[in-house]
Design a protein around this ligand. Structure first.
Ligand SMILES: Nc1nc2c(c(=O)[nH]1)N[C@H]1C(S)=C(S)[C@@H](COP(=O)(O)O)O[C@H]1N2
Ligand SMILES: [Mo]
Length: 331
């Protein structure tokens, strides 16, 4: 890197000298937008970019090039969870039920070659090689909270694009109402597949309009790199306004249906895990409250719990999807 000497002769360069031209121009555009009242989302996306620039190749996995996203998440201004925490405290039951199991065991997951079958009620069913899915749309940075039904949360910079891009490609038929997301279930590479905790493969599902919502992210990476195995490599869903379990990992099949699918957690305990599973501090889990959460990385002796927000803070963006629904009944 070229060290420039500032105008005053000391090594204090002016801002315009250390800032690449494009970045500088962009900053000016943001200021212009701010004057026009359009800056909220833009500024948030800008902050996301800045936050990301501070974590260079944290996991030393392959870099995944991405662009600033026009879809701003509510968590954009929050402190990112440390990469180490985000990759060592996980739920991925195919590798064990302890939070440390995925990081310890997921090295056996074979992520290449990888294909995703898109099928069911669509005009253009297709089998996509991972490479083709990666190229289907530009990869974007999205900072989202992930809030587990167990009461912990993280703030993660994901890399991916809106699932809507893929859905548009396959052209759902008029009678398609739901989308099912099916995870890999290979007992040779996933030691807990076959255990009795869940019915395998792990299945999650969304209503078609939820799946089409721009916030619903098909993620291929995090922290500027490809996904680590324990976080759902090589591709997963991230649905930021729902409890973490709605975001299926290591997906191999996406199926469009006319009936509400039964999902893995719903099959395991129907009274505890409903189809919608929207983050809702007013609806307790039958065995514990959902009113507060513990942010991973803030768990010192005096760390305060945080209040859980309706729809995990994304109410302005997704509240409309549930207008008129009784969210206590449709939990
Ligand atoms: N295939 C699969 N996907 C899964 C799970 C799982 O056990 N298997 N756990 C879910 C749960 S409960 C949570 S909280 C998130 C955790 O995602 P993270 O590892 O990125 O924190 O993944 C979800 N997706
Ligand atoms: Mo979870």
């Amino acid at each position: 890197m070229l060290i420039q000497t500032g105008r005053d002769g000391l090594s204090q360069p002016g801002a315009s000298e250390i800032t690449p031209r494009a970045v500088y121009d962009n900053r000016r555009n943001v200021l212009k937008l701010m004057a026009g009242g359009l800056a909220g989302p833009m500024l948030a996306a800008w902050a996301a970019r800045d936050a990301l620039a501070q974590v260079a190749r944290p996991g030393k996995l392959a870099a995944l090039a991405s662009t600033r996203s026009a879809v701003a998440g509510a968590a954009t201004m929050e402190k990112l969870t440390d990469y180490k925490d985000a990759t060592s405290y996980n739920n991925f039951y195919e590798f064990g039920t302890d939070k440390a199991d995925p990081a310890n065991n997921a090295h056996s997951l074979k992520t290449s070659p990888w294909t995703v079958e898109v099928e069911g009620l669509v005009r253009k069913p297709a089998r996509y090689a991972l490479e083709d899915l990666l190229k289907l749309s530009a990869q974007e940075d999205r900072i989202y909270r992930l809030r587990c039904v167990e009461g912990w949360s993280m703030v993660i910079p994901w890399v991916g694009y809106s699932l809507a891009r893929l859905i548009e490609k396959v052209e759902p038929l008029g009678n398609a109402k739901f989308v099912e997301f099916i995870s890999q279930a290979d007992p040779r590479t996933m030691p807990f597949v076959g255990s009795r905790v869940l019915d395998w493969p792990y299945v999650e599902a969304l209503r078609l309009d939820e799946a089409m919502h721009p916030l619903t992210l098909l993620a291929f990476g995090m922290y500027g790199e490809v996904l680590p195995n324990q976080n759902g490599a090589p591709l997963r869903l991230v649905v930021p306004w729902k409890y973490g379990f709605k975001s299926g990992k290591s997906l191999v099949r996406i199926r469009f249906t006319d009936r509400e699918p039964r999902t893995a957690w719903n099959k395991a305990a129907a009274s505890e895990y409903g189809f919608y599973s929207n983050v809702n501090p007013e609806v307790d889990h039958p065995r514990w409250s959902q009113a507060t959460e513990r942010r991973i990385g803030e768990d010192g002796l005096f760390a305060k719990k945080r209040k859980t927000l309706m729809f995990n803070g994304y109410e302005a963006q997704v509240g409309q999807l549930y207008a008129g629904m009784d969210l206590k009944k449709n939990f």
